[in-house]
Design a protein around this ligand. Structure first.
Ligand SMILES: NC(=O)c1ccc[n+]([C@@H]2O[C@H](COP(=O)([O-])OP(=O)(O)OC[C@H]3O[C@@H](n4cnc5c(N)ncnc54)[C@H](OP(=O)(O)O)[C@@H]3O)[C@@H](O)[C@H]2O)c1
Length: 268
């Protein structure tokens, strides 16, 4: 039996759908009562992995580092206690190392590697949907300070396909770390051209002020600002990716980002 966590979320729901279509025996977990196994990583007593051979741990990363590390530690401890054999963990690409949420991923990777569990690490690139949503135009202009360097973003659907490939034969992928950055990087300038809008990036300072005026949780503003800094500095481009090993025909990330930008603009 395979258990997929974060199942109410966007990435895990895609993986769940594909796994069911592929005929894999799966159960789902999240805090939602709709999950096969409702569980809250913040309440270790709810973590029931009995009868689970393979655990797909989709990171629960929207929180401060200490909270995320505590959540993932609780999951790995419970997985070990319940006799889980193999953990597949959705981490973050090496190109994303400068982002404010990279540390908890690297901590989890280290905890997994040092555990007695068999593992596969999927180092997911930044979602093309995320870049599109963050760079969505306002009044015909994109203003996020993302610079002009290419970003190796990747469609969530490709990351779901990659996870499915591993879940179909976890043993074959044991001990492997896959870098899953997009293979056709695009810049926000490209995105603006494709959308037919202007790109007038503000400064990091102005972006910080804009973020401070939004109803965000304290950890969110620095996390978001780190995406701008890393993009502007050209650190979000990856020179190598293992994506094609798992997904031979990836989607066009720029098109996915454009669709996400359209959607975000229309929802404003
Ligand atoms: N590669 C990237 O670009 C990128 C960017 C941002 C984040 N991420 C990471 O990728 C993960 C998956 O992305 P996504 O788009 O699918 O996110 P999402 O739609 O927000 O889903 C997050 C999932 O995490 C679950 N979760 C949150 N806190 C939990 C807790 N305490 N206990 C159990 N489950 C919990 C949520 O379930 P319930 O709310 O139902 O419990 C939800 O199903 C994120 O959680 C984040 O760690 C990646």
């Amino acid at each position: 039996m395979i258990l997929i966590t974060g199942a109410s979320g966007q990435l895990a729901s895609l993986i769940t759908q594909r796994a069911k279509e592929a005929g894999l025996l799966i159960e789902t977990a999240s805090r939602s009562q709709d999950a096969d196994r409702p569980m809250d990583f913040d309440r270790p007593e709810t973590l029931d992995f009995s009868g689970i051979r393979t655990l797909l741990l989709v990171s629960a990363g929207y929180a401060e580092d200490d909270v995320v590390m505590r959540r993932h530690e609780a999951v790995l401890t419970a997985a070990h206690r319940h006799g889980v054999k193999h953990v597949v963990y959705t981490s973050l690409s090496a190109a994303s190392d400068h982002l404010g949420f990279a540390l908890a991923h690297r901590w989890t990777e280290r905890a997994l590697i040092q555990s007695d569990l068999s593992w596969t690490i999927l180092r997911n690139g930044l979602y093309a949907e995320l870049i599109g949503a963050l760079a969505a135009p306002r009044g015909g202009r994109i203003t996020v300070p993302f610079g002009s360097a290419p970003i190796s973003a990747v469609a969530k659907a490709d990351l779901a396909d990659a996870a499915l490939k591993v879940l179909c034969d976890p043993k074959e992928h044991a001990g492997a770390t896959y870098e899953l950055s997009g293979i056709a990087p695009f810049s926000v300038r490209h995105l603006a051209q494709r959308l037919g809008v202007t790109y007038e990036p503000t400064s990091l300072s102005d972006e910080r002020i804009r973020l401070s005026e939004l109803p965000l949780l304290p950890f969110q503003a620095p996390m978001l600002l780190s995406i701008s800094s890393a993009a502007m500095a050209g650190f979000l481009q990856s020179n190598s990716s293992d994506l094609l090993q798992l997904v031979p025909h990836p989607r066009d990330a720029l098109t996915v980002a454009c669709n996400a930008a359209h959607q975000a603009s229309s929802e404003r």
